[in-house]
Design a protein around this ligand. Sequence first.
Ligand SMILES: Nc1ncnc2c1ncn2[C@@H]1O[C@H](COP(=O)(O)OP(=O)(O)O)[C@@H](O)[C@H]1O
Ligand SMILES: [Mg+2]
Length: 268
Amino acid sequence: MKILVAGKGGVGKTTTSALLAHILAEEGYNILALDTDSIPNLAQSLGVPYERALGIVPLSRNEELAQERTGARPGEGWGVLFSLTPKVDDLAEKYGISIKPNLKLVVIGSIEQSKEGCLCPSIALARAFLMHVLFSERDIVIVDSEAGAEVFGRGLAEKFDAMLCVAEPTLKSMVIAKKLIEMGRQLNISNIFLVINKVQDSLKASKLYARVFSDSTPYHLVSFDENVTMIENEGKGVDCIPKDSLIYRDVDALARKILGIKKRSKVV
Ligand SMILES: Nc1ncnc2c1ncn2[C@@H]1O[C@H](COP(=O)(O)OP(=O)(O)O)[C@@H](O)[C@H]1O
Ligand SMILES: [Mg+2]
């Protein structure tokens, strides 16, 4: 099953992705977490010490690897012919960071193409890897993405079985989420959830939802929880969030909904 976690910056995508990954891993599933943010930080949220996290080279910036796999020398990619079908099936094994025996992270970085429309070799490699992962049969893939489904484009976007569009309980944030959700629908993603995060007043959040979403877009509330900033400031990952905390309870309930989809539709 492939899950896309999308939304504007700062709403809580990385926190949600990381906690979801840990919870689903605890349920015994094999999880591959992918970070496609241009400034990746999922590693830290998953519990990789930040000194180590700083040293991770995202796949879409790894020119050496791109040279090895595409045949293009660094700086030579633009306008030069290189392989668009590089070998990628071993990348999760070789470049994945093992968080737990059944939870692996691959930092991909931004997969957006340049404004000129060219594809540099390292981004071609990252895209080929994503394509490979999205077409492969895996337990659960969670993609933390700063953009919406549109960066994946047709052909790739519909490979997601679910999209969680994260928003804050403000009118502005929900209006943005509504647009991202519409794009997700146009790209034929079948299960779309609005995740309203950092909720302090659930009645207010539900009213806002009703105001912006006149349709029946499923939504899920995740409470504001000071444990998140506390563990972040201690340099710890979300695995250190207490199980009896509000955020754990709410993301755990979200995980159950996702597993419900997985079981109902028998998606891999
Ligand atoms: N449920 C929550 N309660 C309290 N703080 C949160 C919650 N979710 C996220 N945050 C805080 O919001 C900030 C942004 O979260 P992050 O997950 O990095 O967002 P994004 O990945 O969307 O940019 C973080 O500093 C985090 O501590
Ligand atoms: Mg993030």
